[in-house]
Design a protein around this ligand. Sequence first.
Ligand code: SF4
Length: 342
Amino acid sequence: MINKITDFRLALLDWYRHNQRSLPWRTEPSLYRTVVSEFMLQQTQIKTALPYFERWMERFPDFTTLADADSEVVLKHWEGLGYYNRARNLHKVAQWMRDSEVVPDTVEAWKALPGIGDYTGAAIASIAQGVPAAVVDGNVVRVLARLTNEQTSFSNNGKAVDFFKDLANELLDQASPGDANQAMMEIGATVCTKGNPKCTLCPLQKFCRGFADGSVSELPKIQRAKREKVRLYRGLAVDQKKILLHKIDSEAKRLKGHFEIPSLECLKLTEDSKQVEAVSVRRRAISNQSIEEHLFRVDTEGLSIDGKGALNWIDFSEINSILLSGPHRRWLMEYLGISTNT
Ligand code: SF4
């Protein structure tokens, strides 16, 4: 437990008011902008989300514009951010806000809407409406574990979040819960970082037991889940300014309705077309999977694809207007040597 809670709150808020990053949802705050930013930041870092947020606000400046938009258009503006269910849920929340006569004003009321859990509900309610509810994410867990020199070993992040919720609520400044929550997250993101925490610059140093004990680098103790390794083989088949892409089923769990670079398996290569040439290997991580995608140039001779069904010949000029997963768009543009705006 941290003694001198009032001093702690004052030090945290004072630091935040002088050091907070200038972000568009802070400089021009509104309920809508808070909701959009919290959905975007659920699984995306601030620097990645920023350009998306600006473009989103130009196209969908308020709940009603977003609610009235076609879902394909909404997904297209989300393209590249990944985890598309966030966009679908944000769209549903906007429709709910357009059609409802009341605005949710408690964490529980926000949590009744699609895609909003403990964290997002507390963030929206505290930042936009001043509800005293603490938000606890990975950054906050790290700060609290170090401040309290907590030696418990947690089996996963969720357990650590649950463990620190009561303390976070106890420390939360009741008069400025939105700023206090953002301050804790900001300290975790910029000062009390995973590697090389800047303890000498930290406004919380005098309250920090981990610092006094010299155990900062070991905290928090959270067991890391092992990532499953997935290897995929994909074929780039190009014929006269058209490329063969696979449309993902509308019932699929992920990326429904999106195009992707087809797997070699789904190209059903015949003996004649078996000439494939390795182009590159791309690696990325999604949730608990570490994915390695091997890209091959595929000789189109002998490919017996009619361009109907799931496999479609897409003209280069159409690539910018179709839904494609972010990494696949990047790889395609690079391979075809075309820009994202032509
Ligand atoms: Fe984190 Fe160091 Fe500040 Fe403690 S003193 S809260 S470990 S940055």
